[in-house]
Design a protein around this ligand. Structure first.
Ligand SMILES: *Cc1c(COP(=O)(O)O)cnc(C)c1O
Length: 350
């Protein structure tokens, strides 16, 4: 696999032929720019703190991430949320109306939405009843035009992560790209797949600062892959896709590792407390195992319970229309105070 993997066979022909757009700022990467006079990008010269275009390669943020994750900066691409990163993957590798992808419902809705937007067929292979990938069915669904398989682990909305064995089997047997979405990895005891990047050239990992890192509002998504995959994505990304304010805030937050870990620990403790109490709520018939900052539960009547909680001012997510999720609700772990109010409300409506 390692030796005969050629990324160029997967890239769309138009992308393969393209030269990347060179923005004004790209051309002076590596220079000591502090003493230079920039009259090249039609910016307003007076300081506002953000009167200059941002670094198109976000070098400072990537340097910190690379150090923390023990990777090279050329194995990282940043985007305006994971959503942009995922969209770039479609645009780089999937020929509209020709290629297809495989997703494993119930899972994150954006894969299907992006497939639709990009006119790419989404082959859905349901998870098993315990929400694990059905390996045989997945490999059976693959054909010569299958470019990507999306594995969300820990999975949204189910909360569990996929077994190592099934992920390895897919990585070893599928010749296209395997995208593992690790939006919730920081809440799990499991190791990230980042350590396997060198082993599998077809592995792509997405993470985000929106969940454990507490920065959903700045929109910063991360793609980790081989430098070959990253350079394809760099070719097509909008030059200034991550704005200056986002880069600044991300740097500040990434420097505060202890605070982030403290919050993750608190959320995990709250999660375990909530799970215990949920056991005592009469209309809850099942609590699904979770390694994320939310829990999926099965209830007697999801829509009724959802409405009752709304009436009490508590908003959760009704997942009843999702495959294998009939009468389920997804509850995000809040602060201790918020969870207490949720619990009180659950008992009040029982
Ligand atoms: C929340 C979430 C994301 C995050 O998306 P952003 O665009 O980075 O905010 C990605 N994947 C999954 C599965 C999610 O649940």
């Amino acid at each position: 696999m390692k030796n005969n993997f050629d990324i160029n066979t997967l890239v769309r022909e138009n992308v393969l032929k393209m030269k990347p757009y060179s923005s004004a700022r790209d051309e002076f990467e590596g220079f000591d720019t502090t003493k230079m006079i920039f009259l090249d990008a039609n910016e307003n010269p007076y300081q506002t703190g953000v009167n200059r275009y941002p670094d198109p390669q976000q070098s400072s943020v990537k340097t910190v991430l690379a150090k923390q994750r023990n990777l090279q900066t050329n194995q990282i691409l940043l985007g305006n949320g994971s959503d942009e990163v995922l969209d770039l993957l479609f645009r780089a590798f999937c020929e509209p109306k020709v290629d297809n992808i495989i997703t494993l419902p119930p899972t994150y809705g954006m894969y299907g939405v992006l497939a639709n937007i990009n006119a790419v067929e989404n082959r859905e292979v349901l998870l098993s009843n315990d929400f694990q990938p059905e390996i045989e069915a997945i490999l059976y669904a693959v054909d010569n035009d299958t470019k990507m398989i999306f594995l969300c682990s820990p999975n949204n909305p189910t909360g569990n992560s996929f077994s190592d064995k099934s992920i390895v089997t897919i990585l070893q047997n599928f010749k296209g790209l395997v995208v593992i979405d690790e939006a919730y990895i920081d809440f799990s005891q499991k190791q990230s797949w980042l350590n396997e990047l060198d082993e599998y050239p077809n592995l792509i990992i997405t993470q985000t600062l929106s969940k454990a890192y507490g920065l959903a509002g700045i929109r910063l998504g991360i793609c980790y892959a081989s430098s070959e995959v990253i350079s394809v994505l760099n070719k097509i990304k909008p030059p200034y896709n991550v704005n200056e304010l986002t880069q600044k805030r991300a740097l500040e937050r990434l420097a505060d590792k202890e605070k982030i870990q403290f919050e993750i620990n608190s959320i995990t403790i709250q999660r375990e407390d909530l799970l215990k109490v949920l056991n005592e709520v009469k209309f809850v018939s099942k609590i699904y195992p979770t390694e994320a900052n939310f829990v999926l539960i099965k209830v007697d009547d999801a829509t009724k319970r959802y409405d009752e909680l709304i009436a009490k001012g508590i908003v959760i997510r009704n997942r009843t229309t999702q495959a294998l999720c009939e009468n389920t609700l997804r509850l995000t772990i809040g602060t201790a105070e918020e969870n207490k109010k949720l619990i009180d409300a659950l008992f009040a409506i029982s």
